[in-house]
Design a binder for this molecule. Structure first.
Ligand SMILES: Cc1cc2nc3c(=O)[nH]c(=O)nc-3n(C[C@H](O)[C@H](O)[C@H](O)COP(=O)(O)OP(=O)(O)OC[C@H]3O[C@@H](n4cnc5c(N)ncnc54)[C@H](O)[C@@H]3O)c2cc1C
Length: 300
């Protein structure tokens, strides 16, 4: 890859041959050719157009808390928005505008401190605001999409546009973000409420989360989507007797059947092989096809 020419036109940080294991909560993943940390929109445009000219692929990462990167790593450029894209602006009537690189936990706390209600459910969900919108992160019956008014995105031609909530068509753990769009900022509408009541709700959600929070090994949260109303992927895996099953350094968590943990030196192939066993066994026992929630990227 033409490192010098890329560095010439780009003012943010660039790293080469970056182990993705350091950028995923599972601690797994082979090297990415390049990781670019654009500092603002014009910097991002530089990298997007450079990649388009050279035919390199682009992948956007948040905090890598919902990612399984394969052992061969990622060819092309990984865009990391956590250096720039970090502003939060508070407007009137519960309006909030947040950069996609803002940590979700920080936004939840800032909103709570200002008596803005709606994000309490997200306390304890790791990752960035961009990742939370792309994944429609949710918990306890609430999800990110309900709060979104619109988002600004950049396409692979470097052009910026706005997409409204309707067009994003939020669904369970996803939305119709058009291919090749990078979320730049997110506009939310929250409700005004009392700081004490908001804090109380957050505390009760934290309490409920204690079971999964006791998982001490690296993980990426729920591996599979819950297959339908009243069905829990974790319970199905547990019924199939797979809790504690191990492949290499990967293990189906003994605490929560829908978590796979890296107990030491796990490879992406170990996780994939455990996922295949979980899917097969649940399908054989209950005829239910589990669908991955985590995003699997990169090459073997
Ligand atoms: C311990 C633990 C608990 C969790 N609990 C929950 C939970 O309760 N509820 C829940 O929904 N999830 C949960 N998760 C999963 C994960 O935290 C969420 O999906 C989170 O929103 C992912 O954010 P991220 O920034 O880490 O995204 P990443 O994992 O980095 O990326 C996820 C996807 O979003 C895309 N993306 C990220 N940023 C952008 C952007 N700016 N523009 C376009 N696309 C982008 C990526 O390309 C990728 O496809 C949990 C994970 C862990 C490890």
């Amino acid at each position: 890859m033409e490192n010098e020419r890329l560095a010439d036109s780009f003012s943010g940080r660039l790293s080469f041959n970056v182990p993705m294991s350091e950028f995923t909560s599972l601690g797994i993943g082979g090297p990415a050719d390049v990781m670019a940390y654009p500092t603002d929109e014009s910097d991002l445009k530089e990298i997007v157009l450079f990649a388009a000219r050279k035919g390199f692929s682009i992948f956007v990462i948040g905090c890598g808390t919902n990612l399984l990167v394969r052992d061969g790593g990622i060819r092309g450029v990984v865009v990391n928005l956590t250096d720039g894209f970090n502003k939060v602006l508070f407007g009137d009537s519960g309006k909030v505008e947040a950069g996609s690189g803002v940590r979700l936990a920080s936004l939840v706390r800032q909103c709570a401190g200002r008596g803005l209600s709606g994000m309490e459910f997200a306390i304890g969900i790791p990752g960035t605001v961009g990742g939370a919108v792309a994944m429609n992160a949710g918990a306890y019956g609430a999800e990110m999409g309900e709060l979104v008014e619109n988002i600004d995105v950049m396409g692979m031609d470097g052009k910026i546009g706005t997409i409204g909530r309707e067009a994003l068509n939020f669904t369970y753990r996803g939305c119709d973000l058009p291919a090749g769009r990078i979320i730049l900022k997110v506009r939310l509408r929250l409700k005004e409420g009392s700081v004490a009541a908001i804090n109380e709700r957050m505390e009760s959600f934290k309490e409920k989360r204690k079971g999964t929070q006791s998982i001490r090994f690296p993980n990426a949260g729920s591996v599979f989507k819950n297959p339908g109303v009243g069905e829990s992927a974790g319970r199905l895996v547990e019924e199939a007797g797979l809790k504690g099953m191990k492949v290499g350094g990967a293990e189906v968590s003994k605490v929560h059947g829908n978590y796979i943990v890296n107990v030491g030196g796990a490879k992406a192939s170990d996780i994939m092989s455990l996922m295949a066993s979980m899917r097969d066994k649940v399908h054989k026992l209950r005829g239910i096809a589990l669908e991955p929630e985590i995003k699997v990227i990169g090459e073997d």
